[in-house]
Structure formats: structure tokens, C-alpha cells
Design a protein. Structure first.
Length: 79
């Protein structure tokens, strides 16, 4: 199993959230958006110029800043 952070995934890659290394407030906001431990997340699209990532969690798509995505550790899912 390979571990990395969400900001290192490429479009169409998926991973399972292992840990979130953020403060309580940011972790709470991420949980409210569906980013919880054990959930599968897919990178849909990456904005150019180090812009945000469009991700899918369940049936929800959202945009997340790279700096926040770097705080989400994932286990890569094999294709």
C-alpha cells in the first residue's frame, strides 16, 4: 500500500483518507464536507498554476485548496 497526500494525486486517481493533519477547526470543516477517515476520494481535475483541486467524495464534488489537500493523507487505491 502506498501512502501520499491528496495534493499529489493525479486526475482519475483515488485514495482512501487515512489521516487529516489539520487543526480542529479545519478538520471539522473538512468532515462537514464529507472528508472523513476511511472515505474514498477521487481527484477529478487540477487547476493550472498550482490552483485548487476538484475532488469527488461519494456523490459530492468540491474544490479544495492545495495547501488544505496537502494535510489529507491517503492510501492509494489500486486500479
Amino acid at each position: 500500500m502506498m501512502h501520499t497526500t491528496l495534493d499529489h494525486l493525479q486526475p482519475n486517481q483515488t485514495g482512501t483518507i487515512a489521516t487529516i493533519d489539520a487543526g480542529a477547526e479545519l478538520t471539522g470543516r473538512m468532515c462537514a464536507l464529507g472528508l472523513r477517515l476511511g472515505r474514498m476520494v477521487e481527484v477529478v481535475r487540477i487547476a493550472p498554476m498550482r490552483g485548487p483541486l476538484q475532488i469527488r467524495v461519494g456523490h459530492t464534488e468540491l474544490m479544495i485548496r492545495r495547501v488544505d489537500a496537502a494535510k489529507i493523507n491517503v492510501t492509494l487505491n489500486q486500479p
